[in-house]
Design a protein around this ligand. Structure first.
Ligand code: TMP
Length: 215
């Protein structure tokens, strides 16, 4: 029988190094003989990439209503889950994803002050029981994260341009989600170097999911 696939998510604010860590983990999994699918949200299949452009690169003048924004993120997630994540897990692959549903709670819920009660039905409708096996929350001071993101790209995207209180709410929301989420969540100090964060990730994979990975 095929070993079941595993679903690993990296969450956190801007410039916390999620993409780098997701890439390093996917490579370590491949070296350990696991088939790994590396993906990100919003994004993945063509429809979700189209929505990513609408959300991040070319939003309408005057922006989206917070509720529209949440719906668009969930529309992208429905495409991603049904066309990429679920089939990969069913085939026994490991899915490593840069952001997932907790980002909507943190950015649209806490950041844009959309009521959590409004988001829960969307999560139930779209995600249902396909929740991640493990979520890494990369945590660091938003000022330092934004400075890192700025060094990476001179043109701040629409979320990076939000004010500091927005990013403080996002950070606090991720910390609270991790606290509430119990064993499935691992908070990692993202201000540590790339190698230290990556070692912490591998050690959590071994502890929680029983797979030993080399760096
Ligand atoms: P990133 O690929 O650089 O992380 O960019 C994705 C941006 O989209 C990031 O600023 C966070 C934002 N986002 C939300 O606001 N809500 C969501 O549900 C997701 C997945 C991302």
């Amino acid at each position: 029988m095929t070993e079941p696939g595993r679903f690993i998510v990296f969450e956190g604010g801007e410039g916390t190094g999620k993409s780098t860590q997701a890439r390093l983990l996917a490579a370590a999994l491949q070296r350990a003989g696991r088939e790994a699918v590396l993906s990100r949200e919003p994004g993945g299949p063509p429809g979700a990439e189209l929505l990513r452009r609408l959300l991040i690169e070319t939003p309408p003048a005057g922006g989206w209503e917070p509720v529209s924004e949440a719906l668009l993120h969930y529309a992208a997630r429905a495409e991603h889950l049904n066309k990429t994540i679920v089939p990969a897990l069913a085939a026994g692959r490991w899915v490593v994803c840069d952001r997932f549903a907790d980002s909507t709670e943190a950015y649209q819920g806490a950041g844009l002050a959309l009521a959590a009660d409004a988001l829960q039905p969307l999560r139930r409708l779209v995600v249902d029981d396909i929740e991640p096996d493990l979520v890494f929350v990369l945590d660091m001071d938003p000022g330092a994260g934004l400075a890192r993101a700025k060094r990476r790209s001179a043109n701040a995207d629409r979320y990076e341009r939000m004010d500091r209180p927005f990013h403080d709410r996002v950070r606090a929301a991720f910390q609270e989600i991790a606290r509430r989420g119990g064993d499935r969540y691992v908070v990692v100090d993202a201000a540590a170097g790339v190698d230290d964060v990556s070692a912490a990730v591998r050690s959590a994979i071994e502890r929680r999911l029983g797979l030993r990975l080399e760096g």
